[in-house]
Design a protein around this ligand. Structure first.
Ligand SMILES: [Zn+2]
Length: 431
């Protein structure tokens, strides 16, 4: 009896361990839920998705845009946060934006990872993403919205992050690419809507811990291999109608990209980061590994392929053409080229001068945790600030209306020989 009970206990314990491991095992297979998210829409509206494919084919048969054509896509970033850490500072969002713009314009240095043969297959989208400067009603905006939620974790199947009751309603998808940043459940990194879904839910969703350009102290350890801003690159690839290389529901499905080859499933991060691998489909094929639409990880994925770019641009020029047609260029701001900050290593006193600008400006200083530690308005061409702040690095942001026109980092340190709070700064040229 004792032995039986003991065996039973061991079995129950083993079962319990396995049950606990299942979510991890499943989720490690699905850092991206785009296929699962889109499947019901595609199954319910096959004709709509067939038409999108036909439009792409027709576009590719016609006179295509010249290869030097470039695009600007206005984006709005909806930060939906439950705790303060999820309310990412603007500077993290700018770092993410730089990753997008570098990688969609092939400005990233890590394409040296590609061998000579694969160098010929790298693709340049020439798409620049720009934070919206006007909101849907035409008012100036920073292109970032912030919404507090009581929801601890969001899921792709409820899609609640896009609903005003629990998250933030998207802006019109014929004028903006909506990007939601929130806490996704249990290690899910992101999901995107392919062309063809409903307008209100169009856009991409990424977990807050995947955003930025590096692995941060707050990055979920499971995300370390995929973070550095690559999750959003991957999801925007889906939004441009790119599929996983193993096809929609895999294995060995069609991603409509000839050079990626038939693939039996995701390729996960490995220390080797090979250029190509043999897939295990009926006829083993050599498949291209190092592109953003696979799961190979941030240290290995470094490009879109040529035909991924062709397909993505064809989708943009057909299904998402309104977004290009409705683009309103940002007015060019002048008058801040000669802005002076002195000293930048200071005990506490800092003077900002805007020699070429007249009008009201708002100055906000953030600490490195993104907290506002100082705010002041000025209508003078300079501002003399005496900052009683702890030693550390700070960001000075200057806003005209709601638009950031200037940013500079300063270091406050009591050991600095400059900027004592009571000593005037002497202009030596005038002595
Ligand atoms: Zn994906």
């Amino acid at each position: 009896m004792y032995i039986l009970n003991k065996t039973k206990t061991i079995m129950l314990k083993t079962l319990s361990i396995i049950l606990h491991l299942i979510p991890l095992m499943v989720l490690s297979q699905y850092p991206c839920a785009t296929d699962e998210y889109n499947k019901p829409f595609i199954e319910q509206n096959p004709q709509r998705y067939d038409k999108i494919e036909k439009d792409i084919e027709n576009y590719l048969r016609g006179p295509q845009k010249k290869s030097e054509e470039s695009y600007i896509i206005p984006i709005v970033v909806h930060v939906v946060y439950n705790d303060w850490r999820e309310n990412l500072h603007d500077s993290i969002i700018y770092q993410q934006l730089k990753v997008l713009n570098d990688r969609f314009n092939l400005r990233n240095a890590d394409t040296v990872l590609l061998t000579d043969t694969l160098q010929n297959w790298k693709g340049n989208f020439k798409i620049s993403f720009e934070l919206a400067h006007l909101d849907p009603e035409g008012y100036p905006t920073t292109g970032i919205t912030r919404t507090h939620t009581n929801v601890g974790e969001f899921s792709y199947y409820s899609n609640n992050v896009k609903k005003s009751s629990q998250g933030k309603r998207g802006w019109p998808n014929d004028r903006y690419l909506n990007i939601w940043i929130c806490d996704l459940y249990d290690g899910l990194m992101g999901y995107a809507q392919f062309p063809g879904g409903e307008d209100w839910s169009d856009g991409v969703v990424v977990d807050w811990q995947s955003v930025g350009d590096r692995v941060y102290s707050w990055t979920y350890p499971m995300f370390n291999k995929w973070a550095k801003g690559h999750v959003l690159v991957h999801e925007i690839g889906h939004w441009l109608n790119l599929h996983h290389p193993w096809g929609d529901w895999g294995p060995c499905g069609d991603d409509h990209i000839p050079e990626t080859g038939l693939q039996d499933g995701p390729i996960y991060p490995s220390a080797e980061c090979p250029d190509t691998l043999f897939s295990q489909c009926d006829t083993p094929e050599r498949v291209f590994v190092k592109h953003y639409m696979d799961y190979v990880g941030a240290d290995c994925m470094c490009t879109f392929t040529k035909n991924q770019v062709v397909r993505g641009i064809a989708s943009l020029e057909t299904y998402r053409i309104d977004l290009l047609n409705n683009y309103v260029p940002k007015p060019q701001l002048t008058g801040f080229e000669n802005t002076v900050v002195r000293p930048s290593f200071t005990k506490g006193r800092v003077i900002l001068q805007f020699p070429d600008y007249e009008g009201e400006l708002q100055i906000i200083i953030y600490d490195m945790l993104g907290r506002i530690v100082y705010r002041e308005y000025t209508t003078f061409p300079f501002i003399d600030m005496r900052l009683n702040l702890p030693n550390g690095s700070y960001l000075i942001d200057v806003f005209k209306n709601t638009e950031r026109v200037f940013q500079r980092k300063i270091i406050i340190n009591s050991a600095s020989p400059y900027g004592a709070s009571l000593k005037p700064i002497i202009n030596k040229n005038k002595i």
